[in-house]
Design a protein around this ligand. Structure first.
Ligand SMILES: [Zn+2]
Length: 375
């Protein structure tokens, strides 16, 4: 953290330990449906801090931190609000679909990736992170016509450079091989969506507020349709829910041009350096107005920078959670990040810190009667 930007709030801090943990989480490979590597890190981190931990049938990690206990003494017996906070463990990537022999593999995309991003990218395959590359023709051998169109997925292969590939099986996952790095005040990594959320939720479990029952859901299969969150919400049966994610920042000043001249960027979604993004509406959820109001009020009282994510498409785990059971009032809060769902994203440490601070302080000050307030 930049010293000048260090928040003064009484909330958990992002220091070198938290950045080291995010580093491990981002370099782990956990494409939807095979979240084992991230799940192991999560379990190691939260085990000493949660009152109860379950791994459900789909692989979600559901951890409960009961409130109402301080210094080993029960506070006045009252029912705490049950607050689900969800962060998805899975990431976009690839699945091996066929072994062509000679170290060459056909593959499919898991989650939302633009096919134009693929040629020439290094990858890690399977739980052993076997290195490979999505091979493509060098420029010397392509025609100008070929250079003007994208290469269809079925023409691409992952090449591991050796025929000794018996460990790689159909169904193995692969990810962009982008090692985590810190760039001054920023971070560059794959899978900041949503290892930011996972790392934030780990900090919340380690610093669980006593005024609520915190139901932490580290979910699976978000990138293929919010599948884990749906069953997690059913079994946790919370009163309210917050999804913590990372959302695209398309904030370059002249991203679009008209007649060769830059035009004002009005469709940025979110911006770096503007703090956590609070969702009013996305493609899957209309956020609960009482929860939006509470987050804004806490941010303003505590002088935490925040931004309203521009309403639009996309979605988070809240899209599945708010429709569970009889309906669960939900909202999402995201760390803004550039270049989501590509090989490498860029995000600011300060935006992450402010997201953690806002969530911690908002949970700690959550009025017990928030759901009986008029809407
Ligand atoms: Zn996400």
């Amino acid at each position: 953290m930049d010293k000048q930007k260090q928040p003064e709030h009484n909330s958990p801090k992002i220091g070198s330990n938290q950045i080291r943990l995010l580093h491990r989480l981002c370099n782990a490979c956990a494409v939807s449906g095979d979240e084992t590597e991230v799940r192991k890190i999560v379990l190691d981190q939260i085990r000493p801090h949660a009152d109860e931990i379950k791994i459900d049938a789909m692989g979600n990690v559901l951890a409960t931190c009961l409130g109402g206990v301080e210094n080993g003494k029960e506070l006045a017996a009252k029912k705490n609000l049950r607050v689900m906070v969800a962060a998805h463990m899975d990431e976009i990537g690839f699945m091996i679909t066929h072994n062509d022999g000679d170290g060459l593999f056909r593959f499919d995309i898991v989650g939302g990736i633009d096919e134009r991003q693929l040629p020439g990218k290094p990858v890690w395959i399977g739980r052993d992170h076997i290195p490979g590359v999505i091979g493509t023709k060098p420029i010397h051998l392509t025609t100008s016509e070929e250079r003007n169109r994208s290469i269809p997925l079925d023409k691409l292969r992952i090449d591991i450079g050796t025929a000794g590939s018996s460990e790689i099986k159909v169904g193995d996952r692969a990810v962009f091989a982008t090692p985590f790095s810190r760039l001054g005040l920023s971070l560059r990594a794959k899978a900041l969506d949503d290892r930011f959320g996972v790392a934030t939720l780990i900090e919340l479990v380690k610093n669980a507020p006593a005024n609520i029952d915190l139901l932490a859901a580290f979910t699976v299969q978000e990138e293929v349709g919010l599948r884990g969150a749906r069953v997690a919400a059913y079994s946790l049966d919370p009163d309210i829910a917050i999804a913590v994610d990372s959302t695209p920042a398309l904030d370059l000043p002249s991203w679009e041009e008209a007649d060769g001249a830059p035009i004002k960027n009005t469709r940025y979604n979110t911006r770096l350096d503007a703090g956590p993004a609070i969702y009013v509406a996305d493609g899957a959820t209309l956020s609960d107005p009482r929860l939006i109001q509470h987050l804004i009020q806490v941010a303003e009282t505590e002088k935490i920078p925040y931004q309203i994510r521009q309403p639009g498409g996309g979605g988070t785990d809240a899209g599945a959670i708010h429709r569970a059971r009889g309906g669960i009032p939900s909202v999402s809060v995201s760390v803004p990040g550039r270049y989501a769902h590509t090989a490498a994203g860029i995000a600011r440490i300060s935006d992450w810190q402010y997201t953690l601070s806002l969530l911690f302080l908002a949970l700690q000050s959550l009025p017990a009667d928030i759901l009986v307030q008029s809407r």
